[in-house]
Design a protein around this ligand. Sequence first.
Ligand code: ZN
Length: 417
Amino acid sequence: MRTILQNGRIDGSDATDIVISDGAIEQIAPPGTVTAEPGDETIELGGQLVLPGFVDGHSHADKSLWGEPWVRRGSVAITMDQMFDDTLQQWALPQASIKERARRFLEMSVAAGSTTIRAYADVAPEIGLDGVHAMLELKQELAHLADIRVVAFPQLGILRKPGTEELLEEALVAGADAVGGLDPAGVDHDALKVLDIVFGLAEKYQVAADFHAHEDGELGVWLVDRIAERTRVLGMGGKVSMCDVFALAQPSPDQFAHLSSTFADAGIAFSIGVHGLLPVPDVKGLHEAGVAMCLGSDSSRSLWSPWGDGDILSRAMMMSYKSYWRTDDDLELAAQLATSLGRRALGLDARGVEVGASADLVVLTGEAVAEVVVQPVPRSLVFKRGVVVARDGALVADDVPASRQEPVSRPRRLSGR
Ligand SMILES: [Zn+2]
């Protein structure tokens, strides 16, 4: 059986018909030229935009309090110590299980169009591997909705929390897809030792490595250089990524030139931080230098941050707004970072809506890609491997035919829509 999408406008171009078979795009043809055969399903898109499925390269679903009663946030200090304290307090809150909360957040992320998600699972002596096990179970249970990669993440540091190194290794034995590090210099105060641990585990278990890096200025530049050295020596180009990287937020021209060429040459991908606190890095400059980049929902509705709803198109909007991007070319780049370029940053097939590519698609109303970046309207349809998994901003039940799918009994609509 095939699914024929009629009159869709791929990335805002002229209307075409898109034929999906076995989860992949089989044919792209002028409107009305594909003849439906018995058993084929046709879906009329009426000129809506068709984009590749979105990529969330930095999701802390395990920390989201989505669906829980609102918690008043009162911590004022913007410091790592305060964030650690909030994290510990959140773990102690009476609340639904990590798995239940993460499921809610991931389902909402899919309803907003994310079909590929890199999710960080906190690892620390205080919670052991509860987060890792929850996320690995969800990776399996939600495989029909999104490809989920799980990063074992030392949210409280590695050296400052004895026992964390052993837990990270147990997480990899349990099946985590990558090993993470947090501020090897700024938090753990012995960057080289942390890099020994993280790269050592990555090499031993043949997994990717990822670093959150809130070190700025010269220390941040020094840290990127050390990570790049290890990446090169171990031949791990394309398997190392970094998030936040405050050194990229306000660099000198020389620092920017050095950092962008180092990222590109070493094959380190960058998950763009869109922080209220700091300027967005020079994304266009990084792109021109050849740095692989993605967007991420980051810590959304945790005890630390009330912001975020898992909507990567909204992140693209915020990034564009903070960067004062106005031209269609720039806004189209923002959409690509949310889609095909984001897939490239995760080392995946970077094809867009093309013959042979997986039919991970997002359909939404708009005249142009730039328009939906500046005004992220609800997603009409989300396809994962050719199957409709969300409609009008809510997941669909997966046990009824696509032609009469309705929202699940408890719709999880996108906030504010
Ligand atoms: Zn993060």
